[in-house]
Design a protein around this ligand. Structure first.
Ligand SMILES: [Zn+2]
Length: 281
């Protein structure tokens, strides 16, 4: 059973569900929203009134998912994890869960408890409505996450860089961390069309280097799919991918017809090092 830690600084007692709220023994209380998520963001965790991805970006991502975007990658990821991590019933965490599709597939395959963290309240609200089997928590994965040490058997991170030391703290010693990194040719057609730059950048070496003090790479696989998307879908893709796409880019995207788009991702399965340096967050 996953135990949630009070996010109030220097409190860090266990939060227990009492009716429509989570409370600790010190009296800190966090209401459960009608859709089922709980917001554990502290005031110093947020830099803006609406932290995380914008509402427009979140909603675009859910629309794309309904068209099947991301399904092939979620399937490949589930197979990749099952192949390298066939057992283990410890809870699964997704830091930056987005729509929760990947985590839900993993939960179905691994049959464990699954916790979806996202910085966006809107993402957690829509996610909790669509996927009530996941436990949705608004929290900042770039800071200290509201869980006790070694709580998870598997952690998934596909939404940009995170603190390796914090992920190591949360992972059981025999657990695994799965990173999903954008492939060099991910969305290259769209990038070329709207930004006039199709630069190919391999992010794997730098990622592995960042995680190296805490983790070693146990498996690596590339997933690549192509999908034909129409103009409104390309706009959604732009909105969901590039935070605050510039007006000129939107204008160029509007002028596009249907286009074949490459989706590519590098799946990295990391094992924690035996002796971890003490976390510094
Ligand atoms: Zn507390």
């Amino acid at each position: 059973m996953l135990r949630v830690r009070c996010p109030v600084t220097a409190c860090e007692r266990e939060l227990l569900r009492v009716e429509r709220a989570w409370r600790c023994a010190q009296g800190h209380s966090f209401d459960v929203a009608r859709s089922g998520y709980v917001n554990l963001l502290r005031p110093n965790d947020r830099r803006s009134a609406e932290p995380g991805d914008s509402r427009a970006a979140v909603e675009a991502r859910f629309r794309l998912e309904n068209l099947g975007v991301g399904a092939a990658q979620a399937e490949a990821l589930t197979r990749f994890v099952a192949e390298h991590r066939p057992s283990g019933s410890a809870p699964v965490l997704d830091v930056g869960a987005g729509t929760g599709m990947q985590l839900e597939r993993l939960r179905e395959a691994l049959a464990g408890e699954a916790c979806a963290v996202d910085l966006s309240t809107r993402a957690c609200d829509l996610g909790a409505r669509k996927r009530p089997a996941l436990r949705w928590i608004v929290a900042n994965a770039d800071r200290v996450l509201p869980f006790f040490d070694a709580s998870f058997g598997l952690i998934l991170s596909s939404a940009g860089p995170k603190h390796p030391s914090e992920l190591r703290r949360l992972l059981a010693d025999d657990g695994r961390l799965v990173l999903v990194v954008s492939g060099a040719d991910d969305l290259v057609e769209l990038r070329t069309a709207v930004q006039s730059t199709g630069a190919l950048q391999d992010r794997v070496p730098a990622t592995l280097q960042r995680f190296d003090p805490w983790f070693t790479c146990a498996a690596h696989e590339t997933v690549r799919t192509r999908m034909r998307l129409g103009p409104s879908e390309l706009l959604d893709l732009l909105a969901s991918t590039y935070r605050g796409a510039r007006a000129s880019e939107r204008g160029r995207a509007l002028a596009l017809g249907a286009m074949d788009v490459t989706f590519s991702a590098e799946l990295l399965l990391l094992a924690p090092r035996a002796v971890a340096p003490s976390p510094r967050v």
